[in-house]
Design a protein around this ligand. Structure first.
Ligand code: 6CS
Length: 374
């Protein structure tokens, strides 16, 4: 049976935004921050006090942190964060307790990034597209055909790149967000209400994009009409023809139900969906070194967990889309991809010139690193 998850998500998001509007999420940045919203997993207590528990009451964790994600339970980001929390709680013998939030629990993607920046949440998974109007250089991830098609190699570059892990990290830290890891959620594919095989197919095509100026530029290069929208509204937007199509990794296309309201899916691999594990910078710097070490160790362990999660879900969900049969799946040939690549390449120079003082340095170095890795 088809899930109308997109509709459900819109309702959850609206309800949580009302809750958020009633709450106070301006807590101080400390080792015990709490966004003050209703958690949807483990229980937390508002008290920041240390743990001399009264007789007869359970001992409270010394650190109570929030971890916000942009996806729902069962999806890659949420499962990553839940496993991250479980490992950190175990390593700290219960001194750390984390509350993991699904998408919508603390607002939309842009709200979540802003809360991380302000320190009202400590940890989050952030898609660079939602910080596109803050960290200009982070829009490097919007560039089509930048990373290799080999997704394991792409992950290796994300793990080791100096351009990203040193220079881009510094740019994020100017906004009080420290990306601890960049990781792939899979190659991006297009879905549409009409076939998408040539750049001409994008002429006037209304494609939903995340709110990142360079993603918009990238689709304007194909003469499309890019429309920024949060994904909570996307199912309905596609269903009602507000937009004609969208881009995402396959696992998400299926789990958000977009295939239910799209007749065509194009395996284009035109970009890689990169997510970041982010911690508020001031909060992280305020922690004792042994606690920072536990976090760092968990980040390292989670690299292969995250990769395996997306790999499994992307493969399984492609099979499910094909089995359900309502969406025609078309794989672009290399020649067809080249036509898009030709139009996408000049956007790199646009990025160098328009996306912050370090855009050129970061892209040049990243291109060298990608070249060397191949
Ligand atoms: O398209 C989006 O906005 C959503 N896509 C994914 C793969 N994760 C969350 C994000 O918000």
């Amino acid at each position: 049976m088809f899930k109308k998850k997109g509709l459900l998500v819109s309702a959850v998001l609206s309800a949580s935004l009302i809750l958020a509007a009633c709450g106070d999420d301006t807590d101080e940045v400390d080792g015990n921050g709490d966004a003050g919203e209703e958690p949807d997993t483990t229980e937390t207590d508002e008290s920041d006090e240390d743990d001399t528990a009264d007789e007869g009451t359970a001992t409270e964790a010394e650190y109570q942190w929030d971890f916000v994600t942009e996806e729902m339970q069962g999806e890659v980001q949420y499962e990553y964060a839940a496993e991250f929390a479980r490992r950190l709680e175990e390593k700290s013998d219960g001194a750390i307790e984390m509350t993991v939030y699904e998408y919508g629990g603390l607002g939309d993607g842009v709200d979540q990034a802003e809360q991380l920046m302000m320190g009202s949440t400590e940890f989050g998974i952030v898609s660079p597209g939602f910080t596109g109007t803050m960290v200009e250089e982070a829009q490097v991830f919007a560039l089509h055909f930048l990373f290799p098609d080999d997704i394991e190699l792409t992950q290796e570059i994300l793990n080791t790149s100096e351009a990203l892990n040193v220079h881009l990290r510094e740019k994020y830290e100017e906004w009080d967000m420290t990306p601890l890891a960049y990781w792939t959620e899979g190659a991006m594919q297009w879905t549409g209400s009409s076939p998408l095989r040539t750049p001409e197919d994008f002429d006037g095509f209304q494609i939903r994009v995340q709110n990142s100026p360079l993603i918009i530029n990238s689709y304007e290069a194909y003469d499309a009409s890019p429309t920024p929208m949060d994904w909570g509204e996307l199912y309905t937007g596609l269903d009602q023809g507000v937009v004609d199509g969208q881009e995402n990794p396959i696992f998400f296309i299926y789990s958000a139900g977009f295939h239910e309201v799209q007749d065509h899916m194009t395996i284009s691999n035109h970009n890689n969906y990169v997510a970041m594990t982010v911690v508020n910078t001031q909060f992280y710097n305020s922690l004792p070194e042994d606690i920072q070490a536990l976090i760092d160790e968990t980040v390292e362990e989670m690299r292969e967990v995250g990769f395996a999660l997306q790999d499994e879900q992307n493969q399984e969900n492609l099979d499910l889309i094909e089995e359900e049969g309502g969406t025609e799946v078309y794989t672009l040939s290399e020649d067809e991809r080249q036509a898009f690549r030709d139009l996408a390449m000049p956007i790199r120079d646009y990025f160098r010139e328009n996306n912050g003082e370090d855009a050129g340095r970061i892209l040049d170095l990243l291109e060298e690193e990608i070249e060397a890795a191949q």
